[in-house]
Design a protein around this ligand. Sequence first.
Ligand code: ZN
Length: 461
Amino acid sequence: MKISFHGADRGVTGSCHLVECAGKHVLIDCGLYQGGHELGEENAAPFGFDAATIDYVLLTHAHLDHCGRLPLLVKRGFRGEIITTAATRELARVVMLDSAHLQEEEANWQARKTARRGSEIMPQPLYNTLNALNTQEYFGRTAAYDQPMELATGLRVTFLDAGHILGSASLYLQLEEDSRNRSVAFSGDLGYSGRPLLRDPVPPPKVDAVVMETTYGDSLHKPLLPSVEELYQAIEETFRRGGNVIIPTFALERAQELLYYLREGVETGRLSKSMQVFLDSPMAISATEIFRQYPECFDPEALANFGHGHDPFMLPGLHFIRETSDSIDLNRISGGAVILAGSGMATGGRIRHHLKHNLWRQNSSVIFVGFAAKGTLAREIIDGAKTVHLFGEEIPVKAHIHTINGFSAHADRDELLSWHRRVGAARTFLVHGEEEVMQQFGALLENTQVEMPSLGQSFDL
Ligand code: ZN
């Protein structure tokens, strides 16, 4: 009985862990390393195991840093079964196809660059759209929350709601080999209680070992309600000045939560009924449609609303923008619009066009509602850049810049600690966090042996 670590080790992205038990090889997640180097060496490197030997992949949720190397796994010989919740399966399909498309575009761009230099080496995408489509064939049984599934003799898994994004799960594994029993929990990415759409995380029962995320293991979140109020105020003030509100947003969860709050704002009279809202992101639109198909994943309050014929994401002036030409038309709007577009950190996508057309305008606003890594355009603007470079032009930053920090999809330090107390594991493997954050978080854990695995390290269970 062994566990080994093949991603998100002393880092936040690329989640991938391998459990070997009862003659079976079980992978937990197979995520992409992210941070501006999607074609980078980490993603293209060998997995550290033979893809053809993997019997099952248990997928915790549809974020790219958890599912983004699945098409590569299939390309390299995986022929087993991918098991996840129904909602995650749908969302992961959209996420993997989008990722394949971006990688093809990036490879084409690199190819043109190398051709200009007279080089014959053609850069290849990590995987293409066909690989992403092929991957769908390997999604087998869907997991229902709280229902144990027997994968093989001595190998049982239960998916538990992680409250992080739609369909997200923590895993509870019950293992048996040579009459030894072990229980292992994987936190996946954890949300927290009291969010408007999702149910609260359900911790697994007491286990022998736990593998847990530590993204915000060193910090506490601002409360949600004051953040929603800040959002309403920023929108109101911008409209009074006659400008537009530009919100860079992640397509999964954040975009839907924003629609939910905007609808609430209109219904409670905090925001004007005539407000025009544009969701300018095909991926976010697809994700919103998937949300509507899985109301059973909503928390009781949102579900009750939905049951009364309310669509939690629909407000009077909402427009879904899929076509590029319609997105370009938005450039002509000079005021009174809220434009939501990706990418969340403004590293690519349609948001960069909206920033180009609004950043220089004093009456407009840009509202950042998510994490912005160092080196990204979002971070540059948040840190007070006077000008930024967009499409070969130097654009002055004159718009009002707001950073609202209360919308995280991740548990904070105290929420992680209380989750850990509930699972009461004798051994704790910390993953999915920066090394300094893990050190600080690990020091707070009591009655457990803490490990911070490095890439490729394996342990007997
Ligand atoms: Zn996640």
